[in-house]
Design a protein around this ligand. Sequence first.
Ligand code: SF4
Length: 259
Amino acid sequence: MSTFLWQSIAFGPIFSRRLGQSLGINLLPNDTKICSFNCIYCECGWTLENSYWDKDSFLPAEQILKAIEHKLIDCREKNSVIDSITFSGNGEPTLHPSFGEIIDGLLLLRKRYYPSAVITCLSNSTQLHRQDVLEALKKIDNPILKLDAGNEALFQLINKPTISVSQQEVVQNLKKLSGIAIIQTLFLKGKIDNLYFDNSSEDNIGAWLSNLEEINPKQVMIYSLDRETPQTELIRFTREELEQIAIRVRNKGFQTSVF
Ligand code: SF4
């Protein structure tokens, strides 16, 4: 399995199906993935079992903002289009201890260099117990938050949290972003340790739809596998299958996009 890690703080812009021309921001180290999940489909590869992070694992906010500013100046000089400035990178961006400070700094940089670009954060929703993270996500245009499973067993199987967090804690915290959160769900099925799973099963979809009703997201994004995965024997869903799921979400009154 080939893994992929971004080698700089600001990268791109690269074309994204969801976001258009997207300038990526990586708040994690260049040589290691740091994440509170170990998703079986992660394009960065497995989270190392002995991975441990503390505040010293991250670059200071000032250094990160300087690197972003240099990149924005460079993009402007080249007349590069940037539709979205997007936090993604080598793991979970909200684990950065100065995430709020970085968002505040980026809002100023956006105003100065690319006022029409939106700010997007792709997050796994595990840090929403932190007030600084919640407040920061409320300030940006697209807080895109992961919810792949409707029950605890599938949550543990698909997302494999590396910290102590339950599916219900994630759902309860997502409710704090009612009307703001954009929920993203990746649908997949396959076999792990000879155990067959499918997060489009009727049981899981029913529970997941109930979770969505509780959370009341601004929008729902559903998609399937697109790249190589660390876990083998995973099966992607077709666009038609995803559209069938999207109909059920739209029937609940939520704006829904399929990618
Ligand atoms: S949350 Fe994102 S970065 Fe973390 S393991 Fe899952 S897919 Fe990878």
